[in-house]
Design a protein around this ligand. Structure first.
Ligand code: NAP
Length: 313
């Protein structure tokens, strides 16, 4: 079997193009543009690159970026004050506090101060609770991106008769009843991912560092999603033939160690697993590009919900 390579770059570009179109229509209808505020505390170079990417992407789809920065020694109160100011600003539809914040600050508590209606990262307790209850709300961007990738496999296979034997993974067109295994239980990714899969009626198992016999649990999966942060942890014998494999991990190695120019590898041993899987995401170019695309879509969703709720136009 040769796995279909899920092209996250192309799928993210389609999501972004759709958001741009919808932002233009929003502007024509309401005479304003959605705004996305990013808050960066400190000068961590990787975080600065991420924030820069989000700001650029925001402008590219016609939204208004608000780039707010505080020094590395900013106090909890200063960050809280900035978040309160952005919460009150009617031009700001979405707010993202770039994590991690410097060690002297409490990131989860600060994130919890973002107005849930503007929480485009979907990480406040209110939005996490709404997701858990299966009620509408803003969802975390990377798990949402993974759902888009799974849907794209579905769209490609588009209702064709299932040629696979019963022992192989069912087509993802219907996650209903499929065995989905998520490796990693972070609040940022693993837990919301599991909730989204559950909402689509998958049978979900969440693994972590204390899971006994990770290999055997993973080998049951029709849909295997790895978000661990350990280069190439998921080897060929973790994967059931015909499974869909989504690699969220981003691990930096030297280009020599990684065997590629970027030095970036995932949590899945891609070369060993690709021949077994029915579909697989590469790293880079799989899940990574989806996060910003879904952040933009969430910002538009927040702007539309704010107007529907009667915010000043
Ligand atoms: P995290 O908070 O460090 O969580 C890692 C999870 O992996 C934890 O639940 C941990 O278990 C589990 N784990 C660690 N070692 C394990 C092992 N040997 N076997 C099984 N489980 C193990 O990380 P995260 O924020 O979820 O991110 C995970 C990875 O995804 C990272 O590489 C990150 O860079 C990447 N990521 C990428 C994107 C993107 O946009 N592409 C977005 C988010 C994250 P315990 O809970 O027991 O400690």
């Amino acid at each position: 079997m040769t796995a279909k390579i899920i092209d996250g770059k192309a799928i993210a570009a389609r999501v972004r193009a759709q958001v741009a179109e919808d932002v233009a229509a929003f502007g024509a209808r309401h005479g304003r543009t959605p705004g996305l505020a990013t808050v960066l505390v400190g000068e961590d170079p990787a975080s600065a690159v991420y924030v820069g990417g989000k700001q650029r992407a925001c402008a590219e789809v016609g939204m208004t970026p608000f780039d707010r920065r505080l020094p590395a020694d900013a106090s909890f109160e200063q960050v809280a004050e900035l978040l309160a100011e952005l919460n009150a600003d009617e031009h700001v539809s979405g707010i993202l506090l770039q994590l991690p914040v410097p060690a002297h600050l409490d990131g989860p508590t600060l994130t919890g101060m973002i107005d849930p209606a503007k929480d485009v990262d979907g990480l406040t307790p209110v939005n996490a609770g709404l997701l858990s209850l299966g009620r509408p709300g803003l969802r975390p961007c990377t798990p949402l991106g993974v759902m888009e990738l799974l849907a794209s496999v579905d769209a490609q296979e588009g209702g064709a008769a299932d040629q696979r034997s019963a022992s192989r993974a069912p087509r993802p067109s219907n996650l209903a009843g499929a065995e989905a295994v998520v490796v990693g239980r972070s609040n940022l990714f693993g837990k919301p991912m599991a909730q989204l899969l559950l909402q689509d009626n998958a049978t979900v198992t969440v693994c972590h560092s204390r899971t006994r016999d990770l290999r055997a649990v993973c080998a049951r999966a029709d849909v295997l999603i790895a978000a661990v942060g350990r280069a190439r942890l998921i080897a060929a014998d973790f994967v059931k033939p015909g499974a869909i494999v989504i690699d969220v991990g981003m691990n930096r190695l030297t280009p020599e160690e990684a065997g590629n120019k970027s030095g970036l590898v995932g949590d899945v041993d891609y070369d060993a697993v690709a021949p077994l899987a029915s579909a697989i995401t590469p790293v880079p170019g799989g899940v990574g590009p989806m996060t910003i695309a879904l952040l933009l879509r969430n910002t538009l969703q927040a702007a539309e919900a704010a107007l529907a709720a009667g915010a000043p136009a």
